[in-house]
Design a protein around this ligand. Structure first.
Ligand code: 5GP
Ligand code: ZN
Length: 117
């Protein structure tokens, strides 16, 4: 069924507590944890607990939970006292997506170049 946990998905395992992570926030529908390979002083991933391949398929199927991910990204930025930050949803391998469970990167704490590479 759409949204069900996938046995082979790292972020489903983190959401279920089967793989450890440094969790900074949790709601009924989302988990936020520090990226294992941070690209900025703050680099937090916000995931929905339900499994969808990327942010676009999540938004199409579960728009309220997609909104929860964005709201949590904002809360992470507030918790980290970031004035400026970037929310990134890599979508597809060609854009750098390596984990195919929807997630927002919240990046901040240093100057960020635009356009990104
Ligand atoms: P993507 O490249 O799919 O947009 O982002 C996946 C992110 O997950 C990467 O930034 C990567 O560093 C992070 N990541 C991969 N494996 C783990 C892990 O086991 N724990 C945590 N906390 N982050 C991970
Ligand atoms: Zn998953």
């Amino acid at each position: 069924m759409a949204g069900e946990p996938q046995d082979d998905c790292l972020f489903c395992k983190i959401a279920e507590g089967h793989v450890p992570a440094t969790i900074v926030r949790e709601t009924q529908t989302t988990v936020a944890f520090r990226d294992i390979n941070p690209q900025a002083p703050t680099h937090v991933l916000v995931i929905p607990k339900v499994h969808y391949e990327n942010a676009a398929t999540l938004a199409a199927a579960e728009p309220a939970i997609a909104a929860d991910v964005l709201t949590e990204a904002r809360s992470v930025a507030q918790d980290e006292k970031l004035d400026s930050y970037r929310i990134v949803f890599n979508t597809g391998a060609g854009a750098g997506q390596t984990v195919f469970h929807a997630h927002a990167h919240v990046l901040g704490g240093r100057g960020l170049q635009w356009p990104p590479g």
